[in-house]
Design a protein around this ligand. Structure first.
Ligand SMILES: *Cc1c(COP(=O)(O)O)cnc(C)c1O
Length: 401
């Protein structure tokens, strides 16, 4: 089939729930991805922050192939080696005590919500607790995760969602305090807001939220599905803030390309919340995906990926500075590590820039309503950033009036 035939067949059969770009991706190598016509693209999206090592890492591929030859699935009714190895490594890297593997980010959020509710139920002896979430947050598309997602148009058609969620302004502690009630059992937020527009938490804010949680025995849930796994220059972003969550969610780059997520808890939470029978998953953390997580953790450590991100971030940001200087319609950039956004003024829609960039051989993303988002593989070098600058400025030049 040629490209158009592929697209026509897709639209004939796939539920049109995405407005997909007219490209059919086929394979990847390093930081490049190729479509079915053999056209090469520089990837500064990494499958929305998933492909931490880019494409075709030999060690990673071998680990998966070996696991396929052994066993791809058992069930959570039994132990298996890849989960034991992967679980140990993610706990160690995050400083959390216990882990539960899921199939996706949204399911990690579901687990986090259930754990927080169960914790409060155990303590108080009754249900009906509330959760405070943030405006402009994104936690996923399932009913539970959508209930704590602070984007009205994602939620509206599906109301009523889970009860007992109140929204506060991110980085505004007084607005969080204003939403407190006797029933509040948890506060959920991204350490760095991704989809909402690349807003890192202010250090004072996150510390104040932590303190509030400690004072009232509420659980702090940090969603690091996008900002975790080395992306901000530390294994998890919270590690740069001097605070620790009670519950942490991870996914996206956790398996560097296989569908896997996790929620992690402290010992205090683990021993006072979910018990056998409360929660489960058929696939979650099966041998195949856990072999990927295990190898991902090894590569993160051996290749010092978080350190590499931290080292290259000033250069990345200096190149973004140049872009902000060069174009009147690029008003600023913000983000943390390799999770960066260029903020555009009203006259240029980020979706238009993303589409033009793709046409020009550069894969990037948008976020919020005015941000072009860059989530490159974590293994990029200076030369890749230079190449991105070249391609992106060629694209942005076409938007100059
Ligand atoms: C992507 C994302 C999710 C949802 O993950 P899925 O795997 O798509 O369900 C949740 N939280 C954040 C911060 C994300 O970026």
């Amino acid at each position: 089939m040629n490209k158009q035939e592929y697209i026509d067949t897709a639209e004939e059969n796939l539920f049109h729930v995405y407005n997909r770009f007219p490209v059919v991706f086929d394979k990847g190598e390093g930081v490049n991805i190729y479509d079915t016509d053999g056209k090469k693209y520089l990837d500064f999206a990494s499958g929305i922050g998933v492909m931490a090592f880019g494409y075709g890492n030999e060690e990673y591929k071998d680990a998966l192939k070996n696991q396929i030859d052994k066993i791809t699935h058992t069930s959570n009714l039994y132990y298996h080696v890849p989960m034991i190895e992967a679980g140990k490594k993610v706990c160690k890297a995050s400083g959390m005590d216990k882990i539960f593997f899921t199939n996706s980010g949204a399911e990690a959020i579901e687990g986090a919500i259930k754990t927080a509710k169960r914790y409060a139920y155990n303590r108080d002896g009754y249900a009906g607790h509330e959760i405070i979430a943030m405006e402009h947050s994104f936690h996923g598309r399932t009913v539970g995760s959508l209930s704590v997602t602070g984007t009205e148009h994602y939620r509206e058609p599906f109301l009523p969602l889970m009860e007992g969620v109140r929204f506060a302004q991110f980085n505004d502690i007084n607005s969080v305090i204003a939403q407190l009630s006797d029933k509040t059992c948890a506060i959920i937020m991204e350490t760095v807001q991704g989809e909402g527009g690349l807003y890192p938490a202010d250090p004072e804010f996150i510390k104040a939220v932590r303190k509030l949680c400690d004072e009232r025995d509420m659980l702090l849930i940090l969603d690091e599905i996008q900002c975790g796994m080395g992306r901000t220059g530390s294994m998890y972003a919270f590690q740069q803030y001097g605070v620790k969550p009670d519950i942490l969610t991870s996914a996206k780059a956790l398996g560097a390309g296989v569908p896997v997520g996790a929620f992690l808890v402290t010992d205090k939470v683990a021993s006072n919340s979910l018990v056998p029978g409360d929660h489960g998953t058929t696939y979650g953390g099966n041998p195949l995906v856990c072999a990927a997580v295990d190898k991902t953790m090894d590569i993160m450590t051996e290749r010092k990926i978080p350190e590499h991100v931290a080292e290259l971030t000033p250069y990345f940001e200096s190149v973004l500075d140049k872009i902000v200087e060069k174009y009147d319609f690029v008003t600023s950039h913000r983000g943390m590590g390799f999770m960066q956004g260029l903020v555009l003024s009203e006259e240029v829609a980020p979706g238009k820039v993303v589409a033009a960039a793709l046409e020009h051989g550069l894969v990037i993303l948008s976020a919020g309503k005015d941000v072009v988002r860059l989530l490159p593989p974590l293994v990029i070098e200076k030369s890749d950033i230079d190449e991105m600058y070249k391609l992106l400025t060629e694209v942005l030049d076409t938007f100059v009036k």
